[in-house]
Design a protein around this ligand. Structure first.
Ligand code: ARG
Ligand code: ZN
Length: 878
């Protein structure tokens, strides 16, 4: 069976609408039972539109109650309305006001798109196509209009009434009702519309912008949670200051509101002047939130705030251009985090995330370019490729243009496109105009999917003091893209001499080298460096200057040399990760690592730990063992995730064994006696200490007891959760008891419950699926809440490959059966969980078949959503 809607939408078919919206006035009358929405929109035909052209408005699940033009009710023959839209057969050929009325039942909306209720609060999510679930509209991002929104609601249940823009009027409406009138002067697409009504508490603050305007800030939340919003508020103020300083961007309204809600399909949403957040990205207290949670809150608060310029003031022409706002805004939030915390540590963190999540996507059946050219369901394209790879592409632009050149391009972007809905082409053009560079080949990064592999081979001729470096690129085919013309790959590099210091050269030929950047833009280049006094070790892709896989001919010895001497901290980290990944991948393929290899690796780790010039957070990254997904990718085909997990653990054991005393001593030394603070320095110290605990637990006898002791002694969530997660992942004798304790200790807190779900889903033992089934089947499991579902199922498919991809297929079936149920309630969550099946082509044949069978069974079910159908079809086709 094929799913409900086969329709594929293509970028090449883009055309503007025949009519435009001049302005919108909305009137929401909220009552417990129903919300009545009256919309008046001023519409006019475009200059090129022929008289008599019908006007087609989007709708989703709406029933039209009344319709009028310029105040006069329409005759039945003048329009056609149904669930999916409203067509005016022959609208007036001039400016007119269309008034419609619909009634909504937010209580019943479990898809969490459009207007819905979360813990009693009315709230909205419109991106990408949720506004059509609120009113009939031209629901596409190239329709921009100023909005005025009047909300009337019962004062008791909804004392707080919010929408976009500035509050212009509020007051009593009789009969226990009150109202508020909001006006957003900035023309915006409907996906940025938001409304909130509820009984909420708040914290407030102010920010004075660089031109001296005072902005009122508020964060709204469930009563009682106010103290948990302080860190988010602090992050907001720092974000506002940073965007002024780094990009010259000032905030533009008198108020900036954030609302935290418990039921939300993803992280957060940048609605103009009224950001709505998943509460897990707002609430933080030391006892219930980890350092990682704090860092995430800071990052996402910044991300949504930065969208005010990159997304709202300048938006996307169509959803194919999603990366225009998301890739760029991720780049901006990563830069913010780098400036606020440690740049090298942030970079390592971001690249690790890219390798664990985006590389598998780009190398599998769901691969797509950062700017796709087709989709069946746009919700399935809010991906790590659009976001994280999109950011890498912007970062490459910044690398190629240099800091000043990049800023010049960004300034031009804001100047030229403010108030527009635009495209990737327009974005690239500003950098061409600012720099004089031709970026037409560079544009392939947006148009072609796949992770390029760059191969590096080198040789040194002592007699002529000549160093030769050959660099080639290839990219494997991806769905719909069999051929991959070469990318423009900036390779930031250096040559390192025998004593560990940088080495120069007198001349270079054979390709483009500007300062410390090689530009590889053909299939292959051979660079010849002359005047090189000794055989150098090349340090390539410093700071991870391009999102590629490097296959280099460097020996383990050279890599260990880089790990010790590279002046680029990213490559120091990466060199050691490469050594470890190679050894683990080799051992999973039956090639046991030599004692020499292991000793060298252990020594490198100990040397790093002993190096007083390095900070704790960086050391923590260096000693972290590669993720199973990274090892699997290195193996490349016929993967048995169970063997991968075992080889990984065995190698950790071999590394740790003789060093266990030393590692435990460092672990003890790192304990903290001051009161908890989420700052980068303290968090770094904790992360190193917990990294050591992880090594000791995976690789020695003593770790399990240390973890158990740390769990009970912990005074903050970071240390307690680390001990719990490490115990669960290594399935220590105490693991089950710790999970039990954690569950009761934090009984009532849903966000801590999520942590318990994640830890529970990570257990590698054979019983994990049965326990998860029981968790899901419990009558009080909150099965409509995306956070709960994703914590249990999302983290299982993504981070427990050995059990998810069990040879007997039990893990696959567990997930497809759960997804089938979720699909009826919330298709977006179901589809997202199923993307975990993208590892299918990597697996050995038996597991591959089991995965395929589970997906086929799901596909055969009746009434599958387009979201889920699209993911299943693409994985099966790949
Ligand atoms: N624009 C939001 C952000 O800041 C995310 C919206 C996600 N929408 C979706 N359908 N997945 O990234
Ligand atoms: Zn975003």
């Amino acid at each position: 069976m094929r799913t409900e809607n086969e329709h594929t939408i293509f970028l090449k078919d883009y055309a503007p609408t025949p009519y435009r919206v001049v302005s919108v006035d909305m009137d929401f009358k909220i009552t417990e039972a129903v919300t009545r929405v009256r919309t008046q929109m001023t519409i006019e035909p475009r200059a090129e539109t022929a008289p008599g052209t019908p006007l087609v408005l989007d709708g989703d699940g709406l029933t039209l109650d009344s319709i009028a033009i310029d105040g006069l009710p329409l005759m039945l023959s003048a329009y056609a309305a149904n669930e999916a839209g409203l067509t005016l057969v022959e609208p007036p050929f001039r400016r007119f006001v269309l008034e419609t009325e619909v009634n909504l039942k937010p209580e019943e909306n479990k898809k969490l798109m459009g207007l819905y209720r979360s813990s009693g609060t009315w709230c909205t999510q419109c991106e990408p196509e949720g506004f059509r679930r609120i009113t009939y509209y031209l629901d596409r991002p190239d329709i921009l209009a100023p909005f005025k929104v009047r909300i009337t609601a019962p004062r008791e249940v909804a004392p707080v009434l919010l929408s976009n823009g500035n509050l212009i009027e509020a007051g009593d409406a009789g009969d226990g009702m009150h109202f508020a009138l909001w006006e957003d002067p900035f023309p915006k697409p409907a996906y940025l519309f938001a409304l909130v009504a509820g009984a909420l508490g708040s914290i407030t603050d102010t920010f004075t912008t660089m031109s001296g305007r005072k902005v009122d800030l508020a964060i709204y939340c469930t009563h009682g949670k106010e103290p948990e919003c302080a860190y988010a508020m602090d992050s907001l103020k720092r974000s506002m200051a940073w965007d002024e300083k780094r990009f010259g961007r000032e905030y533009d309204l008198d108020v900036f509101n954030i609302v935290a809600v418990a039921d939300f399909n993803f992280g957060a949403m940048e609605n103009k002047g009224l950001n709505i957040f998943n509460d897990k990205l707002v609430f933080a207290l030391p006892e219930t939130a980890s350092d990682a949670n704090y860092a995430n809150i800071e990052r996402v608060i910044a991300h949504e705030y930065f969208h005010n310029w990159t997304g709202n003031r300048i938006t996307c022409r169509d959803w194919f251009q999603l990366c225009l706002k998301e890739g760029l805004t991720v780049y901006r939030d990563q830069e913010f985090s780098s400036d606020e915390r440690s740049r090298p540590v942030q970079r390592i963190h971001d690249v690790e995330n890219l390798r664990i999540t985006q590389f598998p996507e780009d190398g599998g059946p769901l691969a797509h370019p950062p700017r796709p050219d087709r989709y069946r369901e746009i919700n399935n394209f809010y991906t790590t490729t659009v976001y994280q790879k999109g950011s890498e592409v912007v970062r490459m632009l910044a690398t190629l243009l240099g800091e000043a050149g990049f800023r010049k391009g960004m300034d031009l972007y804001f100047e030229r496109h403010d108030g527009e809905a635009t495209t990737i082409e327009a974005f690239l053009k500003v950098f061409e105009d600012a720099s004089g560079l031709d970026l037409s080949q560079f544009a392939r990064w947006y148009l072609q999917a796949g992770t390029p592999t760059v191969t590096a081979n080198d040789s040194y001729d002592a007699a002529s003091q000549t160093y030769t470096l050959t660099l080639s690129q290839t990219t494997a085919p991806t769905p719909n893209q069999p051929d991959k013309p070469p990318f423009v790959i900036p390779i930031k590099f250096g040559l390192i001499g025998p004593n560990g210091s940088p080495m120069g050269w007198t001349g270079v030929s054979g390709g483009t080298v500007k300062d410390d950047i090689i530009v590889l833009d053909g299939d292959t280049i051979t660079l010849t460096f002359t005047g090189v006094a000794n055989r150098p070790v090349p340090s390539l892709f410093r700071g991870f200057s391009a999102p590629v896989r490097l296959a280099s001919s460097l020996s383990q010895q050279d890599l260990l040399f880089l790990a010790r001497h590279d002046s680029d901290p990213f490559n120091r980290w990466d060199a050691l990760q490469t050594v470890t990944t190679n050894l683990m991948a080799g051992s999973a393929a039956g090639k046991a690592p030599s004692n020499g290899d292991i000793d060298a690796l252990r020594q490198a780790i100990l040397d790093t730990l002993g190096d007083t010039s390095l900070d704790h957070a960086f050391k923590a990254q260096v000693i972290a063992m590669p993720d199973e997904a990274v090892i699997a990718r290195q193996i490349g085909a016929n993967v048995d995730p169970f063997t991968v997990a075992q080889s990984r653990k065995a190698l950790i054991g071999a590394i740790v064994g003789p060093a266990a005393d030393r590692l435990s001593a460092i672990y003890e030394d790192l304990s903290i006696n001051e009161p908890y603070s989420p700052d980068a320095a303290q968090a770094g110290r904790r992360s190193l200490r917990n990294g050591l605990l992880s090594l000791l637990t995976a690789g020695s006898e003593r770790g399990a007891a240390l973890a158990e002791a740390q769990y009970y002694a912990a005074t903050n969530m970071t240390d307690r959760y680390a001990a719990l997660a490490i115990s669960a992942r290594n399935w220590t004798p105490a693991a089950l008891a710790l999970l039990g304790d954690f569950r009761t200790r934090f009984g009532g807190d849903p966000l801590v419950f999520d942590k318990w779900l994640v830890a529970s889903s990570q257990a590698p033992d054979e019983g994990v699926i049965e326990r998860m089934r029981a968790i899901l089947a419990a009558p009080d499991f909150p099965r409509t809440n995306p956070n709960r579902l994703r914590s249990l199922l999302g983290s299982f498919v993504m981070s427990n490959p050995a059990q998810f991809a069990r040879a007997d297929g039990l893990g696959f079936r567990f997930v497809t059966e759960a997804a089938a149920e979720i699909d009826h309630v919330n298709p977006q969550v179901a589809a997202r969980v199923l993307t975990g099946f993208r590892i299918l082509p990597l697996l050995e044949p038996k597991r591959r078949e089991a995965a395929r069978a589970a997906l086929e069974a799901l596909k055969n079910l009746q009434g599958l959503s387009r979201n889920t159908g699209d993911i299943v079809d693409r994985i099966l086709a790949g």
